[in-house]
Design a protein around this ligand. Structure first.
Ligand SMILES: C[S@@+](CC[C@H](N)C(=O)[O-])C[C@H]1O[C@@H](n2cnc3c(N)ncnc32)[C@H](O)[C@@H]1O
Length: 269
């Protein structure tokens, strides 16, 4: 209920713009640790999705990385120009650049510290990180074939502004793949905003169960990382933020007070 309440408070654009940026700036500043690469709740694939083979060094990141893999795999990425809006600590854009081989992968985030961290940590010839705002993308019209957005748009002052910007920077026929969570009214609103985006809704899948399973399976890894990285008195707060079993986010997703969905939208060709 707490996670749902917080997300509902963030119903107000000014509140969202006010609270999220300092949180993400602070996290990247105080914990510039290369082992911590993601800030999403992870994903366990559907039975019909092929298991993901990873290099040994990436195994520790399996669950958050799977959220990227099974979202990005909804569309053709190899050889394309791709943008991530809300790239956070950069692990997702790095995974896509290395494994799915777009010609160009740009990770963009509002938090300057997160962008700096990602740019120092992940070095690939087809990968770059830039600072920018989802509501005013710093790119020319028609610059990308694919835009990806992972667990980020709940933080934007205006989702319609963000979608308008995605539509602008996509080439004709380009794709937006997006995933996030909302309570019931917030979900209806987001669905309407996606319908009104000028892009065609191609797929919508409720993946709440898959995210809950990831939270439960990944718990020992998260607990161990937090124990290693943060002072003892901050452990409960970090466990709550990271989402462990019985955290507010785990409870709200398990009870379906929060619903987690993924979407694919297409700009007209
Ligand atoms: C929960 S994190 C997810 C990060 C990343 N997608 C991942 O899965 O690890 C949300 C991210 O959205 C970014 N964000 C929030 N508001 C933004 C905005 N207006 N424009 C761009 N990024 C924003 C935050 O700085 C944060 O890094």
């Amino acid at each position: 209920m707490f996670a749902k309440l917080f997300l509902e408070l963030t119903e107000y654009a000014f509140f969202r713009r006010l609270v999220w940026k300092p949180i993400y700036e602070m996290l990247a500043r105080v914990l510039p640790v290369s082992e911590w690469q993601f800030m999403n709740y992870g994903y366990v694939p559907l039975p019909e999705e092929a298991p993901l083979t990873l290099e040994a060094a990436d195994e520790l990141q399996r669950y958050p990385l799977q959220l990227y893999h099974y979202l990005a795999s909804r569309t053709e990425v190899a050889g394309k120009d791709m943008l991530e809006v809300g790239s956070g600590r950069g692990g997702g854009a790095n995974y896509i650049a290395r494994y799915l081989k777009p010609a160009r992968m740009v990770g963009m985030d509002l938090a300057a510290n997160a962008v700096k961290f990602a740019g120092k940590t992940f070095l690939q010839p087809n990968l770059e990180y830039v600072q920018g705002n989802a509501e005013a993308l710093p790119f020319a019209d028609g610059s990308f074939d694919v835009v990806i957005n992972v667990e980020s748009c709940h933080a934007y002052g205006s989702v319609p502004n963000f979608l308008k910007e995605v539509h602008r920077v996509l080439r004709p026929g380009g794709t937006l793949v997006l995933t996030d969570m909302r309570g019931e009214p917030g979900l209806k609103l987001l669905q309407q905003q996606l319908q009104d985006s000028g892009m065609t809704m191609v797929e919508e899948t409720d993946i709440t169960r898959n995210v809950v399973e990831a939270i439960e399976t990944e718990e020992p890894i998260k607990k161990e990382r937090i124990r290693k990285l943060v002072p003892k008195w901050l452990v409960p707060a970090f466990e709550e933020f990271a989402g462990v079993k019985e955290s507010a986010i785990h409870r709200d997703l398990s009870s379906r007070d929060l619903i987690y969905c993924r979407w694919k939208l297409q700009k007209a060709g």
